[in-house]
Design a protein around this ligand. Structure first.
Ligand code: PEP
Length: 249
């Protein structure tokens, strides 16, 4: 596994109202987890100011996307410098929902990653194959392309966490088995070692996402190359999320 802290991100996606977000923040503020676990929450852009101002500083805050350049005439977009100005540290890039629904390419995700890092954000970079790609033995070609899109455009991986999220496991209740996750995480670490450096491979957190919940997180966390989780659905329930944050304890 990585030499870094265990890492758990909660991706709230396009969920939440003023009421539900304030309740979730209140519940998260009273949740317990070890101080050496990095816990990140990613609300919608709309809820970011409230969350940044009201969540306990044990949590770090992330956006779910950002613009590929500086602030300016880019209607509807939000630039990394604006996220930093608000007081958050992280952004999720390349989530499969954006790759598929908004047609974000490997190159575009790589450009966004480079831009976000250059402006000072940390990046949770998501990769993962569809069921069709897995079943037709394209999984490693797909992952290579997604990783290269990023690796070709950045030099410093210190502020990058790689999230392996098989698309067939996201929001489906069909979690990867611990062995399936371990196999791919080990592949990603080997890829980093060969294409970037052994130092980067040893230091980069590789986290798993896809139907992680309070029941399956401990067994997944026990796998050598699973350095944490990116959690969707279960991150909206403070009690389940807290259990996941304690999965490596
Ligand atoms: C995600 O979309 O990042 C995710 C892992 O979702 P879920 O946990 O709901 O499968």
């Amino acid at each position: 596994g990585s030499s870094g802290n265990f890492f758990v991100g909660g991706n709230w996606k396009s969920n939440g109202s003023k009421d539900s977000v304030s309740k979730l923040v209140k519940d998260l503020n009273s949740s317990k987890f070890p101080s050496d676990v990095d816990v990140i929450v990613a609300p919608t852009f709309l809820h970011l100011p409230y969350v940044v101002d009201n969540i306990d500083p044990r949590y770090q805050v992330s956006a779910q996307n950002c613009w590929v350049g500086k602030a300016g005439a880019y209607t509807g977009e939000i630039a990394p410098e604006q996220l930093l100005d608000l007081g958050l540290q992280w952004v999720i890039l390349g989530h499969s929902e954006r790759r598929s629904l908004l047609k974000e390419s490997n190159e575009f995700v790589g450009e966004k990653t480079a831009n976000a890092l250059a402006q000072g954000l940390k990046v949770i970079a998501c990769i993962g194959e569809t069921l069709e790609q897995r079943e037709s033995d394209q999984i490693y070609d797909v992952l290579d392309g997604q990783l290269s899109g990023i690796a070709d455009r950045i030099a410093d991986w210190e502020n990058v966490v790689v999230a392996y999220e098989p698309v067939w496991a996201i929001g489906t209740g069909k979690v990867a088995t611990p062995d399936q996750a371990q196999e791919v995480h080990a592949y990603i670490r080997k890829w980093l070692s060969e294409k970037v450096s052994s130092k980067v491979a040893g230091a980069t957190r590789i986290i798993y996402g896809g139907s992680v919940n309070d029941k399956n997180s401990a067994e997944l966390a026990g796998k050598e190359d699973v350095d944490g989780f990116l959690v969707g659905g279960a991150s909206l329930q403070a009690a389940s999320f807290a259990t996941i944050c304690n999965a490596n304890a």
